[in-house]
Every structure is written in C-alpha cells, then in structure tokens.
Design a protein around this ligand. Structure first.
Ligand SMILES: NC(=O)c1ccc[n+]([C@@H]2O[C@H](COP(=O)([O-])OP(=O)(O)OC[C@H]3O[C@@H](n4cnc5c(N)ncnc54)[C@H](OP(=O)(O)O)[C@@H]3O)[C@@H](O)[C@H]2O)c1
Length: 329
C-alpha cells in the first residue's frame, strides 16, 4: 500500500498536535482527481487551522492546506487526464476536506483549475488564495469604475500575502499605490513591488475611534485588515470611490457610520475567493498568468519545507510573515 506524508493536526482531549504523519490513499476523501502535490502555500486561514481554537477545522485528525498545485495521477472526470498540471484553492480544501499540505490529495474535479500557460506550479502557489483574492479585489474595484486616473489606491496590510500581491498587481496595472504597513522592515521591499508611497499604521489607521468622514484621499482601497482599519479607509475614500473588503487580520467589527455611503457615494465591495464561481475563477487565473503578472513576482515569496510549516503557522497569525510562503512538498 502506498504511504505518503502530510502535515496533520490532531486533538486528543486537551492535547493538540501538529506533526508530519504517514497516510495511505484509502485515507483520502472522495473526489474524481488524485493529485500528486508539488507545492502548497501558507495563508492566514492555514495558521488558524494550526490552532485548537482556530475554528477552521472541526474533525480530527485533519490535513490542512487551502492551496495546492500538482499533477493529476488519476482522473475519473471528463476534462482532466493523468499528467495534467492543476491548481486548487478554496471550496472545502483544507477546511472540511483534506488539504494541500500533503504529498497527495484527492479532490472533486469541479474544484480544479488547469494550470494556465504562463504560470509554474511555484508561481501559482506564490499567488495561491492570497493572489486570487487580491486579483478579485482589483477586478471588483475596476468593475466599480476605478481607473488609474481617478487617483491613488490604498492597500492596507501591505506587508502580508493579500496586501503585497495587491500592491504588485495594482502597480502592474498602472495605479499609484499607497502601501499601508506596520512592518518598518518592509518599506524598501514594498517600493520594489511598485508602491509609490509607504504609510505606517498611525497614518492610514490611527489609534482611537475612526471618524465618520475624513479628508478624501483614496480613489480605491484594498483592505485585508478589517476592523478600525476598514472604517478609516471608508472615511478617507473619495467621492464615488470604492473599498474592497476581503479580510479580518485586524478585527471583525466595523466601527463605521453610513456617512461615506450616503454623503460621498462610496461603495463597499465584499470579496470572497473561497466560493468564487468557477468561470470567474478561471478568468482571474488567466489574468494572473498573463498581462496582470508582475515582473517581480519572485520578490513576493520564499519557499519553506513541510517541516517548517508549524512554526510558520504561528508567525502568520502574529502578522510576522512578509509576503507569501510557498511550501515545497
Ligand atoms: N475573502 C477571502 O476570500 C480571503 C482570502 C484570503 C485571505 N483572506 C483574509 O485576508 C486577511 C489577510 O490574509 P493573508 O493571507 O494576506 O494574511 P497575512 O499574510 O498574515 O497578512 C495580513 C497582514 O495584515 C496586517 N495586520 C495583521 N494584524 C493587524 C492588525 N491588528 N492591525 C492592522 N494590520 C494588521 C499585517 O500587515 P502589515 O504588517 O503590513 O501591516 C499582516 O501581514 C485574513 O483575514 C484572511 O483570512 C480572505
């Protein structure tokens, strides 16, 4: 029987463990595609899956990992054949269905995206869920009327995965990007990614209750932080501008008023990558592989091994990871 290795989270009473364990194909959940995983990535949600109180995993033992790229080993679905390169993000992967931090995964064919020409598996995981989300934010803002001529775009949490990719994608598309970060050490790197201006948290989200309205600074905002940061962003968005909200790294509450909406016509756009409809998902991945692809994508990620994942799970929740972590399986 073929054995393979996977990062496994488990709970026995009060004892919670994160370790590499051996599994067999028979242990994998149902699905039409058996995939040999070459790379995964680490997201904030994976960090939560690595904690007993993370509220992501509800059955143990479990293999986390919401992203994977690899090669089809066997297929029982039309449209995919042995040897096809694929990527999977979201749906139930790494949440209700064994995930990508594993040498093998079995998934429903409906979740798989053919790896687009123009992307290597490593690059696909450098983007991962974070890149899909950042690109969905940009696409939603543009559908709401954002153009480079409308003015500067703020990216909050710019030192993290979604944020750094949003900076690079917006710069690539010709926007003037203000990168908001709490990481002093990330400033030069964010300029290399294309940010025109770097703001500290005290500037774009100062301590204290956010004002109902503030000076109109941003034509658009990409916000993976949420909480008071999102409220500040709404208050400082220009007349007719839009804010794409996609995360809660800084909190779930939204201490804002309706003033930006009713006095300035500001739009608040919710962005979800997990159940993003498949045709839109494929269209966005094709953009990410094509003319949206930043020239400097290699600056955004570093590779880590499966053994390094448990520590990295803690780092990402502490907000200490700069850019993206690609896990080489
Ligand atoms: N909607 C979706 O489909 C979707 C998809 C992917 C991710 N998300 C969500 O988006 C968020 C970011 O995910 P990620 O993978 O990019 O995580 P990440 O790499 O950890 O980035 C989050 C960044 O937010 C900033 N941050 C963290 N805590 C903060 C605080 N208390 N106040 C202000 N800023 C803070 C930090 O950036 P600086 O140090 O630069 O300030 C941090 O690097 C998470 O909430 C995640 O669940 C949602």
């Amino acid at each position: 029987m073929t054995m393979f290795r996977a990062l496994t989270v488990d709970r026995d009473g009060d004892v919670f463990t994160r370790e590499i364990r051996e599994w067999t194909f028979n242990d994998l959940p149902e699905g039409e595609l058996l995939i040999k995983v070459s790379h995964s990535g680490l997201n904030y949600k994976d960090g939560l899956a690595g904690r007993p109180d993370g509220k992501i995993v509800n059955k143990y033992p479990f293999i986390p990992g919401i992203d994977l790229a690899g090669t089809v080993v066997s297929s029982q679905a039309d449209g995919f054949r042995e040897g096809d390169a694929v990527l999977v993000t979201g749906y139930g992967l790494g949440v209700s269905h064994f995930g990508g931090l594993s040498q093998y995964a079995r998934v429903p064919a409906a979740w798989a995206v053919p790896l687009p020409a123009g992307l290597t598996p490593v690059e696909a995981m450098a983007y991962g869920t974070a890149g899909l989300t950042a690109a969905l934010c940009v696409a939603r803002l543009e559908a709401a009327g954002l153009t480079p001529e409308r003015g500067p775009v703020l990216v909050t949490g710019a030192g993290g995965g979604v944020g750094s990719l949003a900076v690079a994608l917006l710069a690539r598309r010709g926007y003037t990007v203000a990168a908001g970060t709490g990481k002093a050490a990330a400033r030069d790197w964010l300029r290399q990614l294309g940010a025109a201006e770097i703001l500290g948290r005290g500037d774009y989200a100062p301590q204290g209750t956010p004002p109902a309205l503030a000076r109109q600074r941003w034509a658009g905002v990409v916000d993976p932080v949420g909480g008071a940061t999102l409220a500040h962003a709404l208050a400082a968005t220009q007349y007719g501008g839009a804010v794409a909200a996609c995360g809660m790294a800084g909190g779930m509450e939204l201490p804002a008023t309706v003033y930006p909406f009713i006095l300035r016509g500001v739009s608040l756009l919710g962005v979800d990558s997990v159940f993003c409809p498949h045709p839109e998902r494929i269209s966005i991945w094709n953009k990410l592989a094509g003319d949206w692809k930043p020239d400097n994508l290699q600056l955004i990620y570093q590779e880590i091994s499966l053994e390094e994942v448990p520590q990295a799970m803690d780092s990402i929740l502490a907000g200490n990871v700069q850019g993206r972590l690609v896990v080489k399986i």
